[in-house]
Design a protein around this ligand. Structure first.
Ligand code: URA
Length: 223
């Protein structure tokens, strides 16, 4: 896919020789290969302004994968997924659902931070369909290596990347939907959504519902 196509979401064509990066030519067999090669990714334009690529993190033997949207400001600076405010909230909710982040593989649908600069601040911008599609190349490889029993889709972008179709997150949340290649996908909201709810009572209820969704993981994994 050309950078322009990724930007606009236009139809794709097989990459030309010039567009083919090292990652296309080298064999990718481990998550370490992904970490090593994704730094040179030019599948879309997002690498141009991001500090670094942020690939997934966690055990190669994890049975559970969590997929978010894209790295945020802190993740971009630290090079690790879910380490900013949304990540801290995710960690607390996982704990409350009696899940251990160390036993999960945590990643994003898109591996570079997309933002708009406003003065000194970098404001998150949602990746477009072409960028999600371009980065699915990496997500597919992460999941092929990991072969998780269950993947949790955190929000609409992750759902779209994992299932290849739009799904009403609020309607389908808490449900396990079948994805390609036998993937089992638990749909839920993104933790950033919880942070944006202004009313404290509503935020607390939304947080409890999120933890309820996460608790369903035990049933699927048989713990
Ligand atoms: N939001 C995401 O979707 N992923 C991160 O890694 C951080 C914030």
């Amino acid at each position: 896919m050309t950078a322009r196509q990724a930007r606009t979401g236009a139809d794709t064509h097989p990459p030309t020789e010039a567009e083919t990066s090292a990652s296309d030519r080298e064999e990718i067999a481990t998550l370490a290969d992904i970490r090593r090669l994704a730094g040179g990714c030019r599948r879309c334009d997002l690498y141009e302004h991001a500090t670094q690529v942020v690939t997934g993190e966690g055990s190669e033997h994890a049975r559970l994968a969590l997929v978010g949207e894209q790295p945020g400001d802190q993740e971009d600076l630290q090079g690790r997924p879910f380490v900013g405010p949304a990540g801290r909230l995710l960690d607390r909710c996982l704990q409350e659902a009696e899940l251990d982040r160390d036993e999960c593989y945590v990643t994003n649908a898109v591996k570079h931070f997309k933002f708009e600069r406003r003065g000194k601040r970098r404001i998150h911008e949602r990746p477009n369909a072409g960028e999600v599609q371009a980065c699915k190349w990496w997500l597919d490889r992460e999941l092929k290596i990991l072969k998780p029993r269950l993947v949790v889709a955190l929000g609409a972008t992750a759902v779209q990347a994992l299932l290849g179709r739009a799904v009403g997150v609020m309607k389908q949340r808490g449900q396990v939907l079948p994805g390609p290649d036998g993937l089992q996908v638990l749909v839920t909201v993104h933790p950033s959504y919880l942070l944006r709810i202004p009313d404290s009572g509503a935020a607390e209820r939304a947080r409890s519902a999120f933890i309820e969704d996460l608790r369903k993981i035990h049933t699927v994994l048989g713990k």
